[in-house]
Design a protein around this ligand. Structure first.
Ligand code: GLA
Length: 368
């Protein structure tokens, strides 16, 4: 039986023949578990960021693309307010909760993404319906390719479609914001908005240039002559959470100090130019100066990258990626030996225009 497949671009129905082979097993597993077929399947992709790292929480620019790997949620709305869910990627682990009392469950931490999204949607005024759900996906977990953001976006779509709220009441931008809120306030991870945004709004064959301050965005065609290769270091990102929060705090401190030194209102590092930073090189030194230099120069690299992609200048784009990697390694200090080795090997290959670590760092993947 074929059921409708709803992807992050609302209501676009995929040709089932081209959809992931995962879908067949997902549908039969759903039917076996719940004794009825799913009403629909929601799909949201993982992402890889071409350039613009650690800029989103500084109100800056990012340039991610969606992957051809995704999280799928088979769903069947219920008449009550109970959500039942089975996660195939966690050995068939199960969770169940009521939409009338949504609490965290750290024994099935994976389910907190779903609970968080339901919580954030209800906080925003949506009246949801209960659902039976099965989750499956082929985005590697913990590899820095945003499997959790994909789960959040797929969950938001499944819950909204199940409750009849889409596309009339919630835009895809709002979905991304709801998912970020779920991650920040419910799951408790202080991420920026890049991952959820691109999972909800990506377009095939294009990168998405997002201004993380006002959420304006544009689609930038990926030149046809170029392939994008993601390499997984297989190094788990153990340090990532504490270091991520530390980097955010350092960026905020640098922005505040620069505001004082420059005597102008500064909300985030986005508000400062490289020339302004250099003019205060004597007063702001050490770690904060390096963190600021990464973010401010990286914002400029995103804007330059967009221009180069539009003009089909692969060599110039590659040079920006190499510069981004060096900046993340030396100024922002989120690299590790494994990522450095992968980048070094890649740029020595004939035909590789550029390479860099992608995502939060300390492990995970490179983009080439
Ligand atoms: C993680 C976060 C994003 C972003 C990147 C670094 O992926 O979830 O919001 O901050 O790190 O660019």
């Amino acid at each position: 039986m074929l059921v409708g497949l709803i992807q992050s671009r609302w209501m676009e129905r995929l040709d089932m023949a081209n959809a992931s082979p995962l879908l067949d097993t997902l549908q039969s597993q759903f039917s076996n578990l719940y004794r009825a077929p799913p009403s629909f399947i929601a799909r949201a992709p993982g992402r890889v960021n071409l350039i613009g790292e650690h800029t989103d929480y500084n109100d800056g620019f990012v340039l991610p693309i969606a992957l051809d790997r995704a999280v799928y949620l088979a769903a069947r709305p219920r008449a009550d307010r109970t959500v039942r869910v089975v996660a195939r990627d966690f050995a068939g682990a199960r969770a169940e909760f009521s939409l009338d009392a949504i609490t965290r469950d750290d024994k099935s931490a994976w389910s907190n993404y779903l609970r968080g999204v339901a919580w954030a949607l209800e906080q925003r005024g949506a009246r949801l319906r209960g659902c039976d759900l099965v989750i499956a996906g082929d985005v590697p977990i913990g590899a820095g390719l945003s499997s959790s953001a994909a789960l959040e976006v797929a969950a938001a779509m499944a819950l909204c479609v199940g409750a009849g709220l889409v596309p009339v009441r919630l835009s895809r931008v709002e979905i991304a914001r709801v998912c970020q809120r779920a991650e920040n306030e419910f799951v408790g991870v202080q991420s920026g908005i890049m991952d959820q945004f691109v999972s909800a709004l990506a377009r095939a064959g294009h990168a998405l240039r997002l201004d993380c301050r006002d959420l304006t965005y544009e689609y930038v065609p990926i030149p046809r002559s170029v392939s994008i290769v993601v390499c997984n270091s297989m190094k788990s990102r153990g340090l990532v959470e504490s270091a991520y929060n530390e980097r955010q705090a350092e960026c905020d401190a640098a922005a505040q100090r620069l505001g004082e030194l420059l005597g102008k209102p500064v909300k985030a590092l986005r508000d400062i130019s490289l020339a302004e930073l250099e003019s205060k090189a004597k007063e702001l030194t050490g770690t904060l100066a390096r963190r600021a230099r990464h973010v401010i120069s990286e914002n400029q690299r995103v804007l330059d990258a967009v221009r180069n992609m539009r003009e089909n200048k692969a060599a110039a784009m590659g040079a920006l990626m190499n510069a981004s990697h060096a900046s993340l390694r030396d100024d922002f200090e989120v690299c590790c030996d494994e990522l450095d080795a992968l980048v070094e090997i890649a740029i020595a290959q004939y035909g590789c225009w550029g390479a860099r670590l992608t995502g939060a760092g300390f492990g995970g993947c490179t983009v080439n």
